[in-house]
Design a binder for this molecule. Structure first.
Ligand SMILES: [Zn+2]
Length: 403
């Protein structure tokens, strides 16, 4: 993957800083967040936007520069009097690792604090239990850090994406799930293995963050991301904040029933969305037709050739997905629903073209400027990118209240 430096979406307004010493950590994020969105920026400008005193901003900038997060850009030319020194994020100053652990593969990415992807790779897995996964993750981390040219001390932490649900054994026996993790707290286990902070997130939520940082979610504050992993997941961003639910399991959309009495699902119910609209469902329909195709390239080739089994899957997947999207619209009132994940772009586009969304939806607005359903653009490493972006997001984005 080539390096690129997209600018993160600008905040609607600067988050207010606080001069109290207990808020030092918060204020550091305020300054970093402002510079990240508005670089290059000078002290007085940051002070005006944040409400912090110029002295407080100067102190924070000195700290951030000493820590390597900021780089001075020199003085702005053409300004009257003594022109202010300008600062920008130093992309070599910090970075985060992102992993997506799937039952059959590990995706790894390393993203610097400027948003550039410095390394990405896919590693096939024979087993995905805690011991095997931790071994491959450590190996992949070492390779990523070595190839990025950054020192290990510059790595803020790792985001790890795993299919949910977390902390509950539903005994679905599904191919979409990781096995052997029921008694392991993945964040603690992987943090010990990697010797760095680890955030664990479900694939759909991480993909939504990736899409907001780099893709079609930029400029969207409230949207849903329907994610084709091995199963089907849902990430929800509401007013810029991730909606996780009480136990981190919000968005288990794959097992909502869209066809009562319909196809049996591995979870024990009948008519789950995932039994129709998922890569597993596609693979089964292809297998029933005697076609073996699993990789994105093979599926894309079938689509290009107009394979009847693939067309039949699209025809069977679109109606239940249309019903599920209508539910999301009426429940969450999103600006858009984004489809993405591990299906080729053209297949997703074709699926979107076959949707039949009801007119009776709160999303059918007369003032609508973008389509109700969009295709994601961040590609197959979306979730791993989102996992790294979550770590960076935690470093440079102040929460709404000083902590
Ligand atoms: Zn189910």
């Amino acid at each position: 993957m080539s390096s690129s430096s997209p600018s993160p979406p600008a905040p609607a307004k600067a988050t207010a800083g606080s001069n109290a010493e207990r808020s030092r950590h918060h204020n550091r994020k305020v300054v970093l967040g402002y510079i990240s969105a508005n670089a290059p920026a000078g002290r007085a400008e940051i002070a005006r936007a944040s409400g912090l005193s110029t002295q407080a901003v100067s102190n924070i900038i000195a700290d951030l520069e000493a820590d390597g997060f900021l780089a001075s850009q020199g003085r702005r030319k053409g300004a009257r009097g003594q022109p202010p020194v300008q600062y920008a994020i130093n992309p070599d100053g910090a970075a985060a690792l992102g992993f997506e652990l799937r039952p059959d593969a590990l995706f790894v990415t390393l993203v610097d604090i400027g948003g550039a992807v410095r390394h990405s790779a896919r590693i096939p897995l024979a087993a995905s239990g805690p011991a095997e996964a931790a071994f491959e993750i450590m190996k992949a981390a070492n390779t990523a850090i070595a190839q990025s040219g950054l020192e290990r001390s510059r790595i803020l932490g790792a985001g790890v994406v795993m299919p949910g649900p977390f902390g509950i054994e539903l005994d679905r026996g599904s191919e979409a799930e990781l096995h052997g993790w029921a008694d392991t707290d993945p964040a603690v286990f992987l943090s010990n293995a990697l010797e760095m902070p680890v955030i664990v997130e479900n694939d759909a939520t991480a993909a939504a963050i990736a899409e907001r940082v780099r893709g079609v979610g930029a400029g969207l504050d409230t949207f849903c991301f329907v994610y084709f992993g091995t199963g089907l997941g849902l990430g929800i961003v509401a007013r810029g904040q991730v909606m996780r639910g009480a136990f981190g399991n919000a968005g288990e959309i794959g097992h909502i029933v869209v066809e009562p009495g319909g196809r049996p699902c591995e979870c024990g119910q009948s008519g789950c969305l995932e039994a129709y609209t998922s890569r597993l469902a596609l693979r089964r329909m292809l297998a029933e037709a005697g076609v073996k195709a699993d990789s994105a390239a093979e599926i894309e080739a079938l689509h290009e050739a107009g394979a009847p089994a693939l067309t039949a899957w699209l025809d069977s997947a679109a109606p239940p997905l249309s019903r599920a999207i209508a539910m999301l619209e009426n429940l969450l009132d999103p600006q858009a629903v984004v489809l993405g994940g591990a299906l080729p772009d053209r297949v997703l586009d074709d699926l979107i073209a076959r949707l039949d969304l009801p007119a009776a939806s709160v999303s059918n607005r007369p003032d609508r400027k973008r389509p109700r359903v969009l295709r994601g653009v961040s590609g197959r490493t979306t979730a791993a990118l989102g996992a790294a972006a979550l770590v960076i997001h935690d470093t440079i984005t102040p929460s709404l209240e000083p902590s």
